[in-house]
Design a protein around this ligand. Structure first.
Ligand code: MIG
Length: 804
């Protein structure tokens, strides 16, 4: 930790003692002669702490929060009691003890210590900039693990490491590179099988140390702003992330097509090239829903313009693509070319929309168009103007916008100079404070702009940078990675880590952005990314083609199968997304999120779950004919072979080029679509429900709506729950229904895996139907069709009927 002379001087000062306390509804103030601590009870399990060395607090404002103008609160019981020399704040879940020296320790209601200050709140004067460097340090508990912090590419468990948040354009980043593009100052701690989280809501450059400097101390600090953090109790890891979403928000449901496969390259141009790619996807029958068009579509890189040679009639092009089932996504960067003949430039200068330096002139930096000025996206007027620019632009028929370079990234000077001024929504400040939220505010303006322009269709926005809360506006990708096996491994870690940091809608450049990929690497990457919420191939103009067919057979076929698999699991994926939107539940769950009781999972990082029912473990090296992986406790079906395995141990899984370790939870019912070339291509006559038999009761969900538009808000959705509870010679499923959406299919095709008896017929809501032939042997997979409207369904043996 950086301790300057001032710090040592401060450290020698004896700690101040609390002289008085007062309360304003759910806020408690503990006042020392100079310093003050504010503790806010946000909910029974979320406490917010603000520490002020001067004794007063700045205006309370944060871009991270879902609730405009304030942190969220939930009605709950709380009170402060004085116990000997301590103050205790009690809720139904927590006891927070505060000593007279403002040391914090937090216990759950069983009296178990969850978190405890080491030195706790402290500060020193910042000699270079003035103001304070604010610190908090906590004791690391026995066997404590740490997770989170957005897309750091390093090992999954953060224990022993140190990180910082300062959004950076990290072309070709490495496993240990830090900082990266995104800034999410949130982590989870897990010890004694109990989890909590800390969200340090400070947009300055923040730093975190998880026992790197001192083995038993976890600390976080920043050279500006407030020591302002939320303590979030679980005890389940998933609950911590859900509460983090309660603070920082959730996205709206994306259009279903956005969960399809996206094909991208820097750059597909001219129009003929775009058409060629689209045509070949259809010809090879490789499903795809979106084509991304990178910077070269613009007229000399001027945002919101088209190069008329390369794209003479964008509106016609996007319409033709749409006829073939492709949505068009175009890139928009923050830099506006300095060009007195460029409308948008002129408008922005006239209206003072660009950022300025402290001494007056417009802030200037070089990007693709040459020298640019940059809109101050932290100014609400600028955001409104930016949003409005999409009205005309989207008339060309795009369905999504991709924001790049919004760390912000400059080619000449890296990023904006620290003295650049920002409005920060009426709290004027320097770039030191605004840097980490700049990209998110750009994505916010973009999202609102395209949403308005496209209404009533749902928008799709993609962003490279972001602060905590970016998920409310955009999907994200992990930036300029490499076409290497190590980067496949890193993408796996990054997407998991983003997911548990509130950002589920994430993916990587499949196959790698930098470097020539190869067939096997691209295949394995696609097999993993088929399960990532955002699934896009993207690669740099400087390297070889990277389309599903680029490496020939046998790879094209294997890649196609992986993409087809994604289209098959779309109804499952959409349901998992809906659950994320509803409850903030992370879509991708690291293994430890599936079973934190099992300490074996704590250092596992390659296996991950999509939702609760599917587990994948990517193949991350060349020439593999299988791999070892850890299966969590419970029973799991091998997706490819239907072999039923007992979890809670490491298993070897055989694979071919077309398969990879992929397991389904016993008891689950997994809906599948037929393979389609794009979302909505085919009418679904009968929905496939893959039933994985298990004897203990298990509930699976299926959420459906129109896949676009907003009328799900008026109840036009369908939520089905399937409760499966089977026995040795009886399959039993109960169905519950909510909402009034009319699914287009009228029947379910039940595909039963793991049957242990020969079925003779079924009973549907008491009505009996016998199969025409009675099988002699137990079928490996048994398929039958029933009306979708049932409440109770039983599949029975002959004697099962007789017993009735
Ligand atoms: O300076 O727009 O991460 O996806 O293809 C490079 C060109 C700018 C960086 C992005 C990448 C994109 C590229 N961009």
């Amino acid at each position: 930790m950086e301790v300057g002379r001032q710090g040592l001087r401060q450290a020698k000062r004896s700690p101040q003692l609390v002289k008085s306390w007062d309360q304003d509804n759910n806020k408690f103030y503990l006042r020392c002669p100079q310093t003050s601590l504010e503790i806010i009870v946000c909910s029974a399990r979320v406490l917010r702490f603000r520490f002020s060395p001067e004794g007063f607090f700045e205006h309370d404002f944060s871009y991270a929060l879902e609730v405009e103008g304030g942190y969220p609160t939930e009605e709950c019981y709380f009170e402060l009691v004085e116990v000997q020399d301590e103050y205790h704040i009690l809720t139904d879940c927590l006891t927070c003890k505060i000593s007279k020296t403002l040391h914090i320790s937090i216990f759950n209601k069983d009296g178990k210590l969850i978190s405890e200050d080491e030195r706790g709140f402290h500060w020193e004067r910042h000699e270079k900039y003035g103001g304070n460097i604010v610190y908090s340090s906590k004791k690391i508990q026995e066997q404590e693990s740490f997770f989170g912090l957005g897309d750091k590419p390093n090992v999954f468990n953060l224990r022993g490491l140190r990180f910082e948040n300062w959004g950076s354009d990290t072309y070709g980043f490495e496993k240990t590179s830090d900082p990266l593009y995104k800034n999410i100052p949130f982590f989870l701690g897990l010890h004694s099988k109990l989890a909590y989280g800390i969200f340090f809501d400070n947009s300055f450059r923040t730093r975190f140390d998880f026992g790197h400097e001192r083995g038993d101390v976890c600390s976080f600090w920043s050279k500006g702003g407030e020591m302002n953090y939320y303590f979030i109790y679980g005890p389940e890891l998933t609950e911590v992330v859900e509460s983090f979403a309660f603070i920082t928000g959730k996205p709206e449901l994306p259009p279903l097509w956005a969960l399809g496969y996206h094909q991208s390259k820097w750059s597909y141009y001219p129009e003929e090239r775009v058409k060629e790619i689209a045509a070949q996807l259809r010809e090879e029958k490789i499903p795809c829903d979106a084509i991304h068009i990178d910077i070269d579509y613009m007229d000399e890189f001027r945002c919101f313009t088209w190069d008329s040679q390369r794209f003479p009639d964008p509106e016609r092009m996007t319409a033709e693509l749409e006829t073939d089932g492709f949505k068009t996504v175009t890139i928009i960067d923050p830099g506006i070319k300095i060009d007195k003949d460029y409308d948008i430039y002129k408008e922005a200068v006239e209206n003072k929309y660009f950022c300025r330096r402290a001494d007056g002139p417009l802030m200037r930096g070089e990007v693709w168009p040459g020298l640019c000025h940059f809109p101050d996206f932290t100014d609400p007027n600028v955001r409104e103007w930016w949003s409005g620019l999409f009205e005309k632009f989207m008339e060309a028929g795009m369905h999504g916008i991709w924001n790049d370079m919004n760390e912000p990234a400059l080619m000449d000077i890296g990023t904006f100079p620290n003295d650049t001024r920002h409005d920060y929504d009426g709290h004027p400040c320097s770039h030191r404070k605004a840097h980490n939220v700049y990209g998110m505010q750009m994505a916010r303006a973009t999202y609102h702009g395209i949403k308005k322009a496209m209404f009533p269709r749902r928008p799709f926005a993609l962003s490279r940078s972001g602060y905590a809360g970016i998920q409310r506006y955009a999907a994200v990708w992990t930036g300029d990675n490499l076409a290497t096996w190590e980067h496949l491994w890193m993408a796996n870690i990054q997407v998991q880590r983003l997911s548990i940091s509130g950002v589920s809608f994430a993916g990587s450049d499949i196959g790698g952005f930098i470097g020539d990929s190869n067939g096997e690497l691209y295949t394995r990457w696609m097999q993993m990314a088929a399960f990532h919420p955002f699934c896009r191939t993207h690669s740099s103009r400087d390297y070889a083609d990277q389309e599903p067919w680029s490496f020939g057979q046998p790879y094209t076929e294997a890649i196609k199968k992986a993409i087809e698999l994604r289209y098959q699991i779309l109804p499952y994926l959409y349901t998992v997304f809906w659950r994320h939107v509803e409850s903030g539940t992370p879509m991708i769950k690291p293994l430890v999120f599936l079973d934190q009781e099992d300490t074996e999972t704590y250092y596992r990082m390659e296996e991950f779950a999509l939702g609760n029912n599917l587990i994948i473990c990517p193949i991350a090296r060349a020439g593999a004919d299988g791999r070892y992986m850890y299966l969590p406790k419970g029973q799991w079906y091998n997706y490819w072979t239907d072999e039923l395995l007992e979890g809670g141990k490491e298993v070897w899984v055989d694979t071919t080029l077309e398969t990879f370790p992929f397991f389904v939870r016993a008891g689950a019912i997994v809906p599948q679509f037929p393979v389609m070339q794009y979302v909505g291509e085919k009418q679904i006559e009968s929905l496939d429900l893959h039933v994985y038999i298990n004897e203990s009761s298990y509930t699976s969900e299926l959420y459906e709506d129109a896949g676009d538009f907003y009328d799900y808000d008026q109840g036009n959705y369908r939520l089905r729950s399937f409760i499966q509870q089977s026995e040795k010679n009886r399959l039993y499923i109960q169905q519950l229904n909510q909402g009034r959406f009319n699914s287009e299919y009228s029947t379910y095709r039940l595909i039963v895996h793991g049957l242990a008896f020969t079925p003779a017929g079924f009973k549907i809501d008491g009505k009996q139907e016998m199969f025409e032939e009675v099988m002699e042997d137990i079928p490996e997979v048994f398929i039958f069709e029933v009306d979708k409207g049932f409440e109770e369904l039983e599949l029975l043996t002959l004697s099962g009927f007789a017993a009735d």
